[in-house]
Design a protein around this ligand. Sequence first.
Ligand code: MN
Ligand code: MN
Ligand code: ZN
Length: 286
Amino acid sequence: MLRLGFHLSISGGVANAPAAAEREGYGAFQIFASNPRSWKHSPIDEEEAERFKEIIKSRGIVPFAHVPYLCNPSSSDSLINKKSTGMLIANIESCNKLGINGVVVHIGSHTGSGENTGVKTAANTIRNALENTEGASLLLENSSGYRNSVGSKFGQIAEILDKIDSDRAKVCLDTCHAFAAGYDLSSGAGVGEACDQFESSIGFGRLGVVHLNDAKYPLGSGLDRHWHIGKGYIGAAGFKAFFKQKQFREMSFIMETPVNKEGDADTNMREARRIAISAVGEKNVY
Ligand code: MN
Ligand code: MN
Ligand code: ZN
């Protein structure tokens, strides 16, 4: 089954996210396991964790987490690197308590040290975090190709995965970021080509989750600006072609679309669901 869901807030308690997913009928969701703008990691409340696990189990909902934005595995600054490693470890441990199997991480920015150094540093940081934990996997998210960002091209992500050399290093594919990085997901031909490139470099066996976002700016812009499903440069035809790829039949698709006005999440879910159903049929969409 192809699962649709959103990034959800945990304000008021971590179990509020699966409760909202249950209420809205989402097949998957994503949370920040701690404050996204802080280095401080808040511990997981045991009772909340139990409620969290009970909801996802009884409803068969797949949860994901996202590491806070401050984390930068590609940074050569030793203090940032140390803090980033600690943050990855703390996030993996929180995920283990919540029954979350995958936590998304931005490969980050080399901040001027160059791509080769960035690739090596990112691989070292992530390997270090994985070696000091067990359980949840880290899902490396492809970047939009903005200045100094590492991992906008599938080949470069494959290189990082090779260096990490762990089954717990996987990938999160963000459609907006891929489009901004030059992968044309707006047509059937473009989607086919991008998927072939993904398969031959990374391999779909390594894909843990998709971030389903339309793009506010044209192909190859390098800009990380998400837009409403079907209303951006990827468009409904692009997403339909995307959903049709047979590698996605059991995949979770998490939207991180903007909320410009009340009800935007509902509108985006309706549109994503409509497109997914038109591609694979109602019984194959959660
Ligand atoms: Mn992200
Ligand atoms: Mn994303
Ligand atoms: Zn983004």
